[in-house]
Design a protein around this ligand. Structure first.
Ligand code: FES
Ligand code: FES
Length: 186
């Protein structure tokens, strides 16, 4: 039995400790917002937060997250706790970022972690921090614009770090592929 805090609620997992967190989320807990892309830490589709830091859940065994806080796309909220209304999610809607949408929960989780760490990121910082999240539809320019809008709105309302988990102190990437903001394809 592995106990975690998931989207601010206590959860007990009765699974093989070696099971990837992504499988536990999707298959055991039925939280399907987090997507399977490559299964190898290379695409970012499976990004969630571990204690506020972006991690790849496809290569993170459940045993590594015992007694820790996980946030998924289902747990993003504004500072009043309104799910789906975080600054990043609002900006994503404003800019109509998704195309097919498959990569976008991972993109938003990485963007949220970025803004928690760097409230006013430059273009270069956005590209650097988002480079491990691949979008085969090529929505990189809209992603960058939405991150800028989310940063502006968060700063206006002093709501940066608006996720439900605590200690949103930075970004942690397992993959640092050389993806630029205009690269197409996964
Ligand atoms: S599915 Fe996890 S990084 Fe691709
Ligand atoms: S919107 Fe289609 S993969 Fe990103």
């Amino acid at each position: 039995m592995i106990k975690i805090t998931l989207n601010e609620k206590p959860v007990t997992l009765d699974v093989d400790p070696a099971m990837p967190l992504l499988y536990a989320l999707r298959d055991e807990l039925k939280l399907t917002g987090t997507k399977f892309g490559c299964g190898a830490g290379q695409c970012g589709a499976c990004t969630v937060h571990l204690n506020g830091k972006a991690i790849r859940s496809c290569i993170t065994p459940v045993s590594a997250i015992a007694e820790q806080a996980i946030t998924t796309i289902e747990g993003l909220a504004d500072t009043s706790g309104n799910l789906g209304e975080s600054a990043v999610q609002q900006a994503w809607r404003e800019h109509k970022v998704p195309q097919c949408g498959y990569c976008q929960s991972g993109q938003m989780m990485s963007a949220t972690a970025l803004l928690s760490s760097i409230p006013n990121p430059s273009d270069e910082q956005i590209i650097e921090h988002m480079q491990g999240n691949i979008c085969r539809c090529g929505t990189y320019q809209r992603i960058k614009a939405a991150i800028k809008t989310a940063a502006d709105n968060s700063n206006k309302h002093q709501t940066a770090g608006n996720v439900t988990s605590a200690n949103n102190s930075g970004v942690e990437y397992f993959d640092a592929g050389q993806i630029t903001n205009n690269k197409q394809g996964a």
